[in-house]
Design a protein around this ligand. Sequence first.
Ligand SMILES: [Fe+2]
Length: 365
Amino acid sequence: MNWLLKQVHTNLAVSRTANADLFDKVGVLLLHKGQPITEGIRDLLENREVFIWERKEDENRSSNVVKAFPKDVYVKLVGSLWSIYHEAKLISQEQIEHTINLVETIIKQLRPINVYLNLNLVRLDVEQFKHHDYGTFAHSLNVAILATLTARRLRYSEKKLRHLTLGALLHDLGKLNIPKEVLNKPGTLTAKELLLMKQHPQFGADMLKNSRVLPSVLETVVKHHERWNGTGYPCGYKKDDIHLDAQIVAVTDVFEALTADRPYRKGLPPYYALEMIIAGAGKGYNPTVVKAFRESLILYPENAVVTLNTGEIGVVAAVPVQMPTRPLIRLLRDNKGRFLNKAQYVDLMQDLTRFIGRVEFNLPM
Ligand SMILES: [Fe+2]
């Protein structure tokens, strides 16, 4: 998307206020939105060409085009996962086959590599999410989407990719056997509850014993809480003793969990969660996986409108590959909401006092 000046034919009535920021043809601000229209201003504006800024899709861009994961497909996928698994005990081969159809849908949606997934918008927006306990399934879908994007960056073959996506969708299956009071407990878990919670990878594997999933899928389920440096659970495996699929899911699982709102706490901003993951490279996480995850994750799509912690509003002008949490921002409005006359840039790599508070206008989902 680009911002373009579009000519408007103003019909200005004295005593009213301007309903948009008005500019001349080179983009110099003539009148602020909300400013009263006096006789003098009306006479001045009536004799000149007046423009407003408008966002326009740029149809010529192709390789850098970012596609948003479609909201309707996302909602259907979560609904399907819920209906396949919400009362599951022992998983049948038929349930796995239904899930493989969902895997195909996910992979098809992720074919253009640049896919932006807004993790929280769907959870907050969609009515069904409030009526059903969709939380675990939305988590699994988010983890699977992010893991698939990471694995593609690691040049997984199509066949291996399908097994990874399936494992990621099933990774927390064992949590269906944990009481909701423990899963959503606001405070610290007791030693007994923690022990139970740490059994969910094994519970998941037990639930899959009647189905014919590949060993790699089982490894993802059993080992997604193992850590690169051996500090994970249930067995404390290290490095190559953990299947690469499980190493990928470990990273996307933690990122998703950190950014998700829980009944007892608000999710962390995605940039902060990503910086935590980057800090864990070579410690809890395989550095190669972290690099691929960082490169595949689109936190701030180019041209997204963002609000900074200072209250300033700007457009993402460029995203550094090495540090995608700190893009270059072209400021549009100052911290009082006034349109800026001259192009001003903030490089978040240099200016560490500013950061992105929220993405103001997300790409259409
Ligand atoms: Fe888990």
